[in-house]
Write a protein that binds this ligand. Sequence first.
Ligand code: ATP
Ligand code: MG
Length: 257
Amino acid sequence: KQMEFISLAAHELRGPITVMRGLVDILQDEAGPKLSSEHNELITRIIVSARQLAGYVDNILGASRVDRDTFEVHLAEASWSNVVAQSVRDLSVRAQAHHRTLECKIAKDLPSVAVDSSAIMHVINNLVDNAIKYSPENGKVIVNAVLKDDFVETTIQDFGIGIPANVVDNLFTKFYRSHRSKQIVSGTGLGLYLCKAIVEAHGGSIWVRSTEGSGTTFGFTLPTYASVADQIKAGASEEGIIRGNHGWIKNHALYRR
Ligand code: ATP
Ligand code: MG
């Protein structure tokens, strides 16, 4: 019930946020060159905050779709380095505004992956957002990806506060936030819940390794396009099924827990 109300409200927020983001982008493009660096800095801060607001709204709407079993992914072939580069470009502005460095080490020669680009960008956004939020000023965040058999494994590493071993099992649960993070930074506790749903809907898996006080690495896998191309093509006609680490999923079908 609570989620239903929140998602209705989030849905209404979407329109005005999109308008604000579009207008501030125009302002930056057209007025930016004539403004002082201080005023440009203010515009950048508006852009970063508007993106963050849009991220909250996306998380709420995504999580509510997962809850209602109406969350779908539409898998297609994509260059992983391009998808990540596009996300990282946007996230670098946020990292910079928070005085963090974002490093991206994605090899250009990775095979293409089978992804729903807009859904999977939420995963990168949430994991990098966390890495920025839960690490100190001037901290570094490293995004890396390697090929592992039929999967591309992407990792997001930070050198921040880390996660106590006894709470790791709770991280991917809806609304979960650790005690310490509640004190230092705001959040809804929906990000990782949604990340898990999205990654598993792709037939991949998500994991975390962390040492309290020294840093955290989140990783997730996605199938290479070649390994699932036949099923995706079959799915385009009807019952395409993809073998994931967590069982069978259907392309163009609902994610089910
Ligand atoms: P939001 O919904 O805005 O993302 P959130 O960041 O609190 O809020 P999640 O992204 O789901 O929610 O993360 C859940 C919890 O996991 C966080 O509150 C934090 O305690 C812990 N956590 C996640 N990522 C990290 C990280 N990189 N370093 C340390 N703790 C983390
Ligand atoms: Mg988060």
